[in-house]
Write a protein that binds this ligand. Sequence first.
Ligand SMILES: C[C@@](CO)(OP(=O)(O)O)[C@H](O)COP(=O)(O)OP(=O)(O)OC[C@H]1O[C@@H](n2ccc(N)nc2=O)[C@H](O)[C@@H]1O
Ligand SMILES: Nc1ncnc2c1ncn2[C@@H]1O[C@H](COP(=O)(O)OP(=O)(O)O)[C@@H](O)[C@H]1O
Length: 289
Amino acid sequence: MINEIKPSKHITSFIAPAKLNLFLHINARRSDGYHELETLFIFLNYGDKLTFNVTKNTQVTLLSNTNEIPNDDNLVIKAAKALQKATKCQLGADIYLEKNLPMGGGVGGGSSDAATTLLVLNQLWQTNLSITQLCNIGIKLGADVPVFIKGEASIAQGVGEELKPINLKEKWYLVLHPNVHISTAKIFSHPDLPRNTPKLKTDWQSFPVRNDCEDLVKKYYPEVDKTLQWLLKYAPSKMTGTGACCFSSFETKAQAQHVLNALPDCWQGFIAKSAMVSPLHKQISTKKM
Ligand SMILES: C[C@@](CO)(OP(=O)(O)O)[C@H](O)COP(=O)(O)OP(=O)(O)OC[C@H]1O[C@@H](n2ccc(N)nc2=O)[C@H](O)[C@@H]1O
Ligand SMILES: Nc1ncnc2c1ncn2[C@@H]1O[C@H](COP(=O)(O)OP(=O)(O)O)[C@@H](O)[C@H]1O
């Protein structure tokens, strides 16, 4: 049973943290069209913010600081309705979403919003589903939703639901968004995408891991290539997920901030410390199943 949420009296909103893929290997294409992946997810102490007010009818409303996504397509609404359907819960919620993460950026913003909605409403509505039950709902909303629900940095296989927790030294990351929106579906359906990287047989740190989507994205989105090249002046740079966001890691906040200060005006960026346990899970007291 997941413990009661014990938000401190000062907390009125919950974080939906960003994720980075430190590597992303595509092993094969499955008969259902999805791809068998091997990837390493870490979280960042930075993300969207969600506030929930429980209501007595089954209506779910959503207000946000951006209107880029019609409410019916928003993963926050989809997650709330999926939880109502799975539990026949008769309560509703007025939700406010503060969007800080770039959409289609490869930092998992939508998936993270969905996971935070499932975890928090599961407590506020007292539907009390287990983490496993929430993951079974979450995987239908997006391949990246389960890792946010479990809240542990992990090496993931399958489409993203087979998770093996991992513990790495926390570092400071600079994440740059080159203002292009990349459709995950478009990248995964491209004929030139490599789809035959073998599963790792040894520790990933003794292998030249990479992001199998990077070459294709660089070819069709030169802005991403430019961002990676610019970052390389300061530190090794990588793309996360199917892009467009790129990142470099630094030992200290000052080093990351120094590079952020040098960022050309045409790009956006942020710095954040990595987290092996989702900051949402630190924010609410939950017991894993
Ligand atoms: C690629 C990854 C890596 O972490 O992240 P992003 O780049 O999206 O952040 C994820 O696997 C994305 O997860 P998510 O963003 O939830 O994607 P979904 O909505 O489930 O899938 C969008 C589309 O991507 C393709 N897709 C996604 C995951 C996967 N393992 N194989 C796929 O082929 C499918 O065509 C699917 O219709
Ligand atoms: N709350 C949301 N935040 C961001 N994207 C959302 C949201 N709801 C639905 N979406 C849709 O989901 C897509 C993928 O979202 P996301 O999980 O952020 O993937 P990525 O990691 O590629 O950015 C977006 O391009 C957007 O069209």
